[in-house]
Design a protein around this ligand. Structure first.
Ligand SMILES: C[C@@H](O)[C@H](NC(=O)OP(=O)(O)OC[C@H]1O[C@@H](n2cnc3c(N)ncnc32)[C@H](O)[C@@H]1O)C(=O)O
Ligand SMILES: Nc1ncnc2c1ncn2[C@@H]1O[C@H](COP(=O)(O)OP(=O)(O)OP(=O)(O)O)[C@@H](O)[C@H]1O
Ligand SMILES: [Fe+2]
Length: 534
């Protein structure tokens, strides 16, 4: 089977031929390079209008030369997300070719293509994927027929954040490679670090970086700090996703994935926890039609084609909207429940459990800059001790804190509960968690990471208490947006754990409103509706 791929979401006017029998990919790309500033949608569309037909015809003639009959069996195109004017031209080009050759059309989600190319080339069966691209940054995991967004940026894509910074300091687009260059042989400077569960945001760190340069810190040092913090955030949430899903496979996708420092941090994290890590070559990381052709061929083989008159583009197309038709039934990885184990390796700590006591030690993370690593481990140890007790004062069951050793970044807790919530999911338990969150929000702080692993449930007692644990990412805030983020993290974790997540979350929201502030639910709706492709 041979498939023509067409990519035109933003800067890459690209066409590719995927040849199934030999598993080879031929890619031709014309890159749009803005003369000044960032990507201008109109200019980018003019670039697409000029070059898409050219690259498509060039690849097709190559295909024709290799074949006696039809040059390709199907035409796949990136349907979204991306810039509307560009996507429309990619759609028009693909439809015209498909009609002319009388072959089916396949509409591909660009972000799922960034993931699938890694899966395809690595042969890993069910990896978690970190997509680090210009307009996006998210972690995807597969569960029952969909890719779930386990965590994502709450503001801009990672590449766009970096590119805005480089525009501020007067460097030309794209900024990512220039930051990478400047970061070698310079000093680390501390900058904000913002992770909420498996979500994260860049706005605080970017404005601090701009201020630092404006106030005279050498730009190279700021670039160094930016890379260290931003990529450590992405690595940390990737590790949390591996831990939450129980997977031991990670693939990287997206243009920012070309960054060597990001690759080395992810490689180090995976090595430290014994996970497989795969990075496709640069030609498959940055936007390219090869990944569109490869996923297109899988979709075509699964009969997942689209009629011309139903093939409208979708500039906000999210990866979790795509029914995954091309993957057979996959066994879910075994999850590390920790119930019967003496030692549990969580996402950031080693937890040793005996009868009555739990010792939690935050071990150094080799991928993180040592200064940042020490700062985070100490801050989180202190904060976890403080907020675990505060929550209990607010009427929420939590383990007693028996000992705190900040220097050793070690905490000793009372052992609580019989199982993690994910092994005892029920409407009732989730409602209780929601009320607990309402109570701590009313007390002026957030949990920061209320996933189904950070809740312990009593099964063997009549009282059946539900405990919140792991407050290391919590902080004081009265802002409804921060409170809503707790609910958003809970919702994402339910979606990653249970097939009936919507029902559980509906009940949670009702329960939350009985204790917490109702504007938080409105804010949650806003977070969910936010278009994040900026
Ligand atoms: C929707 C689609 O149009 C969009 N495409 C996109 O963002 O292009 P992509 O090729 O995946 O990524 C481009 C970004 O990748 C960054 N980049 C390229 N090389 C880099 C490097 N060595 N280090 C850091 N960033 C790098 C650039 O600065 C730019 O922001 C996307 O995938 O989000
Ligand atoms: N006080 C406790 N009582 C009983 N079990 C506990 C307690 N603290 C931790 N555990 C068990 O250890 C696991 C990991 O603990 P914890 O979440 O604090 O570590 P972590 O490294 O921060 O993990 P993650 O970041 O993946 O949530 C929990 O999911 C739970 O099963
Ligand atoms: Fe992309």
């Amino acid at each position: 089977m041979r498939v023509l791929g067409i990519e035109g979401t933003a800067w890459a006017a690209s066409a590719a031929l995927y040849d199934g029998p030999t598993d080879t990919v031929h890619i031709e790309t014309e890159a749009y390079q803005p003369e000044s500033g960032g990507i201008h949608p109109r200019e980018a569309a003019e670039h697409m209008a000029e070059y898409l037909p050219k690259v498509a015809e060039s690849v097709l003639s190559k295909a024709q030369a290799q074949s006696d009959g039809r040059p390709v069996d199907a035409v796949a195109f990136s349907r979204g997300p991306g810039l509307g004017p560009c996507l429309r031209l990619a759609g028009t080009t693909a439809r015209a070719v498909a009609q002319r050759l009388d072959v089916p059309l396949v509409g591909v989600n660009h972000m799922v293509a960034h993931l699938e190319i890694g899966r395809h080339r690595s042969g890993l069966s069910s990896p978690v994927c970190l997509n680090a691209s210009g307009a996006n940054a998210h972690i995807l995991g597969y569960r029952t027929g969909r890719y779930r967004v386990l965590g994502e940026t709450m503001d801009t894509g990672v590449g766009n954040a970096i590119d805005k910074f480089t525009r501020h300091v007067g460097w030309s687009h794209p900024g990512g490679p220039k930051v990478e260059q400047a970061a070698t042989d310079s000093e680390y400077v501390g900058l904000p670090y913002v992770v909420k569960g498996m979500d994260f945001s860049f706005s605080g760190i970017m404005s601090a970086a701009k201020d630092a340069v404006d106030n005279g810190t050498p730009v190279e040092d700021v670039c160094h700090g930016l890379q260290e913090n931003i990529f450590a955030m992405l690595t940390e949430v990737s590790e949390r996703a591996l831990s939450l899903t129980g997977s031991d496979e990670l693939v990287l996708g997206g243009g920012v994935g070309q960054n060597q420092r990001l690759q080395s941090m992810l490689a180090s994290m995976c090595a430290q926890r014994g996970a497989d890590f795969f990075v496709p070559g640069n030609r498959f990381l940055r936007d390219n039609a090869g990944m569109i052709a490869v996923l297109g061929s899988k979709m075509y083989a699964a009969d997942d084609t689209v009629a011309i008159d139903a093939s409208a583009i979708d500039s906000e197309f999210r990866p979790d909207q795509v029914p995954v038709t091309w993957r057979g039934a996959n066994k879910q990885p075994d999850t590390n429940s920790g119930v019967d184990k003496q030692t549990v390796t969580g996402a950031e700590a080693t937890v040793t459990i005996n009868d009555k006591r739990v010792i939690k030690q935050r071990n150094p993370r080799e991928y993180r800059h040592p200064v940042l690593d020490e700062r985070l481990r100490e801050e989180r140890t202190r904060q976890e001790a403080r907020l675990t007790s505060k929550a209990r004062n607010a009427g929420v069951p939590t383990p007693l804190v028996l000992d705190v050793d900040v220097e050793e970044t070690t905490l000793t807790f009372q052992h609580v509960g019989d199982v993690d919530l994910r092994e005892a999911l029920s409407v009732e338990h989730v409602e209780t968690v929601a009320r607990h969150l309402g109570r701590i929000h009313e007390a002026g702080f957030v949990h920061g990471d209320p996933t189904t692993r950070n809740v312990r449930v009593e099964c063997d007692t009549d009282r059946g208490w539900v405990f919140l644990i792991d407050f290391g990412l919590g902080y004081y805030t009265e802002n409804p947006e921060d409170h809503a983020m707790d609910l958003h993290v809970l919702s994402q974790s339910l979606a990653g754990t249970d097939d009936d997540a919507d029902k559980l979350m509906d009940a949670a929201e009702v329960a939350y409103s009985t204790v917490g502030n109702e504007t938080v639910i409105d804010q949650l709706r806003e977070i969910e509706a936010r278009g994040r492709y900026q």
